[in-house]
Design a protein around this ligand. Sequence first.
Ligand SMILES: Nc1ncnc2c1ncn2[C@@H]1O[C@H](COP(=O)(O)OP(=O)(O)O)[C@@H](O)[C@H]1O
Ligand SMILES: [Mg+2]
Length: 213
Amino acid sequence: MLELVDITKIYNDTTILNNLSLTIEDQKTLAIVGPSGAGKTTLLRIIAGLTAADGGTFLWNGQATTPAKLRKEGVIGVVFQGFELFPNLTVLRNITLAPTLQGQAVAQAEAKAQALLAQLDLSDQAQAYPDALSGGQKQRVAIARALALNPQILLYDEPTSALDPNLRQSVANLINSVKAQGMTQVVVTHDMAFAQSVADTTFTVAKFGGDAQ
Ligand SMILES: Nc1ncnc2c1ncn2[C@@H]1O[C@H](COP(=O)(O)OP(=O)(O)O)[C@@H](O)[C@H]1O
Ligand SMILES: [Mg+2]
């Protein structure tokens, strides 16, 4: 369980997140919803340890921690809005790059990557380059890449936004199948209907927009 307590974020004298507290429960899917510009991506980046909060505390299983520490320990994985695959690397290499940079043997990383590709119905794309893939396939590669690092929490930023609207249901099915394997997930989305199709609980980020004190 990851708890965020009184998180504040200020950009250029504007308060984006104001004393925000929320709990990410194990093996559940939490949807973070709210209008464009409310601070959803900012919150996701803070949870991921990619952006520092200006105030607040974090508890991981009851112990004080920092997202930067959790990031270093590989607790949290991220599927970015635009997927951010490496265009010059094959699908397989996109997935094995981080584990091998962390010291995992190439054969072991490749075996794990092939297993993930099979699970995500992408085995025939292992040697393809990202540009040759459809949006839905790119997203599945991005999920496989995140899962290859064995995170305990997987974050998604707007997982439906870069895809054709008729893929919404298949993205929901994918998130629900990852959940069935025991993953804790946080899904940032402005799409309420989509949120309802995946979430155990929903947290709304309101547009605060107050001037920082
Ligand atoms: N790196 C940044 N520097 C300055 N302002 C930022 C930065 N990132 C986001 N913002 C501002 O913070 C607000 C929230 O942005 P964001 O978290 O992207 O919202 P959402 O994902 O809910 O659309 C916006 O007003 C945005 O312009
Ligand atoms: Mg956003």
